[in-house]
Design a protein around this ligand. Structure first.
Ligand code: COA
Length: 173
């Protein structure tokens, strides 16, 4: 594998690379990650999700960072700027995904560092996210200085339809 580069995709490139983005999302759902979708999620549905992100990327309300190994995209993270006029300093982090075959090699941490730096550059100094309690994401955020401020039991269904707790985090960057 070549060196991993973390970079931002603009709307045009996101459109061109929709199939690769879809593979990353579908791979996570197939592996049981609770990232809004249920088992049986198809490549077409995954691509439709990313297609739906493109208008926000185009208008600057959302930023898509990817991990690129030079041959393919292997990870994603999305920064969504809070739209509320009274929260100009806040943003949400989501779709933190790394291809399952490449996990535990530091790619997730690189994506998280990069999205935090991007948020700072945009003046978004308070970041929030949520993740399944006890998941790999939970362990990643806890190890990267995020503060857990609560757990909601039964907040979301697992990919198999079982009610599962969600941990909520924030970080000042
Ligand atoms: C969460 C995710 C993005 C982490 O990506 P990654 O590239 O494997 O993460 P890293 O290798 O950078 O891990 C950084 C640290 O996080 C912690 N961590 C991450 N995954 C872990 C796991 N499965 N078990 C234990 N610790 C874990 C460790 O502290 C790790 O450091 P270490 O490897 O030096 O011990 C990846 O597991 C993933 O895509 N999961 C499925 C999708 C998902 O649940 N995303 C979060 C939804 S918000």
């Amino acid at each position: 594998m070549s060196a991993i580069v973390i970079r931002e995709l603009d709307a045009a490139e996101a459109g061109r690379r929709i199939a690769e983005l879809g593979v990353i999302l579908r791979d996570s759902v197939e592996g049981g990650a609770s990232v809004n979708f249920l088992a049986g999620f198809t490549q077409g549905e995954a691509e439709a999700f990313w297609r739906g992100q493109i208008p926000g990327i185009a208008d600057g309300s959302r930023h898509l960072l990817v991990a690129d190994d030079g041959e393919r995209l292997v990870g994603t993270v999305v920064l969504t700027l809070a739209p509320q006029p009274n929260q100009p300093h806040r943003a949400d982090v989501g779709k933190m995904l790394v291809l399952s075959v490449l996990r535990r090699q530091g790619i997730g941490r690189k994506l998280l560092d990069a999205v935090e730096a991007l948020a700072r550059a945009k003046g978004r100094t308070l970041l929030m996210l949520d993740t399944t309690t006890g998941s790999s994401g939970d362990l990643l955020y806890a190890s990267c200085g995020w503060t857990q401020f609560g757990i909601v039991p039964g907040h979301a269904l697992s990919t198999l339809g079982i009610p599962t707790a969600t941990s909520f985090y924030y970080k000042e960057v």
